[in-house]
Design a protein around this ligand. Sequence first.
Ligand code: GDP
Length: 138
Amino acid sequence: MRQRTFSIIKPDAVRNGATGAILAEIDKAAFRIVAIRKQTISKPQAEGFYAVHQGKPFFDGLCDFMSSGPLVLMVLEKENAIADLRKLMGATNPANAEEGTIRKRFAASIQENAIHGSDGEDTAAFEIGYWFAGYELI
Ligand code: GDP
């Protein structure tokens, strides 16, 4: 069954000029880009997106980082999209990421780790709806 997931090319990767290379990896892995938008988000927008992490020690720094410069918001679609994107991303901490993953290639730290991908169906639905309107997802 085709499935949709939500992804962000994070500000570190955009700043480092890795946007094109990451999009090429996503394309090579046969995801359809349903919607895509480059944008700079505000800190309150980042706090709402990461509300599930509120109270964790890295929450404030994470929201500062996510609002520190342009990022790329995307809705991606393929069979098994959620798990396949997580695999392509690699572990949260790039030090633990497998060879060939996006985080292994492009991430510098556990916080500045190049890419976001939804971790389940419920989160994908929340995250897609947080950033995109229905008419943008046809
Ligand atoms: P993900 O699903 O692999 O992105 O990881 P999580 O949902 O656990 O965390 C969300 C984001 O918070 C990560 O992608 C990192 O940018 C950041 N993060 C997670 N854990 C840590 C941590 O221990 N320290 C710091 N500084 N940032 C973290």
